[in-house]
Design a protein around this ligand. Structure first.
Ligand code: HPA
Length: 270
C-alpha cells in the first residue's frame, strides 16, 4: 500500500506543484463548492496512476488545488466509498495522499441521517466523535510505519481546537449548529430501524456511509481533523418516512448555500 501511495504521489507531483495547508473532503450538496474557490489547478482521479475511481453517478472525481481566502487547500471533489467495493485501505488512499502532499489539517463534510430526535433535516452537526464498529478499520493490515504508529490513539479524533473554531464560525454565520457522534455504516442500503435503535443505544447522533474511516486514517498520520455533517433526513424509523437518495440530495441542495458559507469561514479560521 505504501508503494501504491508513493506511485500516486509521484503521479500527482509530476503534474502539480502546489503545497496545500488544509485538505477538504466534500460530501453531498457541497459537490460544486470547489468550483467557487480560487482554483490554481485540478487533477482528475482517473489521471492518477493507481487511484481508486468512484462509480456513483453525480460524484465528480478530482482533486482541486487552490485558495480559500489566503489558505492553500486541496479539495476532494468526490470521495471513494466502501460500498463501491474498494477495500478500506483504498477508500482512505486519497485522504492519505492529501496528507502526503503536505496538508496538516483536514475538514470532512458529508450528508448524514439524523438519529438524535432533536435534529431536523437541513440541520448541520459538528462531529464531536465517531463510532466505526460497523465497518472494517482502514488501519487493518501491515502498518505503514512511514505514516504512523501501529496502535494510534483515537481519544481526540476531532480536534478540540477545531471544534471551537467551528462553533465560533457557525455563530458568525447565524447557524444554530448541532453537535454529535457520527456512526459509520457500510451502506449502500440505508439502515433498518433496528440498526438505528442500535446506533442510538451506542450513543450515536447521526449515521452515514463515509467520513469516520477517513478521519481515522488522517489521525493515524497526525493530521488535525474536524468534520461537519449535513443532516439530510431523519434516519430509518426515527420518522415514518421512507428513505431515498433523492430526498438526501434535495435537502443537501436546499442548504448548500449556508453549508458553503460555513465551510469557507471554517477553512479561513482553522
Ligand atoms: N443513512 C446513511 N447514510 C446517509 C443517510 C442515512 O440515513 N442520509 C444521508 N446519508
Amino acid at each position: 500500500m505504501y508503494n501504491k501511495l508513493m506511485t500516486c504521489l509521484a503521479s500527482v507531483k509530476e503534474k502539480i506543484d502546489f503545497q496545500p495547508e488544509t485538505a477538504i473532503i466534500l460530501g453531498s450538496g457541497l459537490g460544486d463548492y470547489a468550483d467557487g474557490i480560487k482554483i490554481v489547478d485540478t487533477i482528475e482521479y482517473s489521471d492518477i496512476e493507481g487511484f481508486p475511481v468512484s462509480t456513483v453517478k453525480g460524484h465528480k472525481g478530482r482533486f482541486v488545488f487552490g485558495y480559500v481566502g489566503e489558505t492553500p487547500v486541496v479539495i476532494m471533489q468526490g470521495r471513494v466509498h466502501y460500498y463501491e467495493g474498494y477495500p478500506m485501505q483504498e477508500v482512505v488512499l486519497p485522504t492519505r495522499l492529501m496528507g502526503m502532499l503536505g496538508a496538516k489539517k483536514l475538514l470532512l463534510t458529508n450528508a448524514a441521517g439524523g438519529v438524535n430526535e432533536m435534529f431536523q433535516p437541513g440541520d448541520f452537526m459538528m462531529i464531536t466523535d465517531h463510532i466505526t464498529t460497523a465497518v472494517p478499520s482502514p488501519l487493518i493490515g501491515s502498518n505503514i510505519e512511514e505514516l504512523g504508529t501501529r496502535f494510534p490513539d483515537m481519544s481526540e479524533v476531532y480536534s478540540a481546537r477545531l471544534r471551537n473554531v467551528i462553533r465560533d464560525c457557525a455563530k458568525e454565520c447565524s447557524i444554530d449548529i448541532k453537535e454529535g457522534v457520527y456512526v459509520q455504516f457500510t451502506g449502500p442500503s440505508y439502515e433498518t430501524p433496528a440498526e438505528i435503535r442500535m446506533a442510538k443505544a451506542w450513543g450515536g447522533d447521526a449515521v452515514g456511509m463515509s467520513t469516520a474511516c477517513e478521519a481515522m486514517a488522517a489521525r493515524h498520520m497526525g493530521l488535525e481533523v474536524c468534520g461537519i455533517s449535513c443532516i439530510t433526513n431523519m434516519a430509518a424509523g426515527i420518522s415514518r418516512q421512507k428513505l431515498n437518495h433523492k430526498e438526501v440530495q434535495e435537502t443537501a441542495d436546499r442548504v448548500s448555500k449556508s453549508f458553503k458559507e460555513l465551510v469557507t469561514k471554517v477553512v479561513m479560521n482553522m
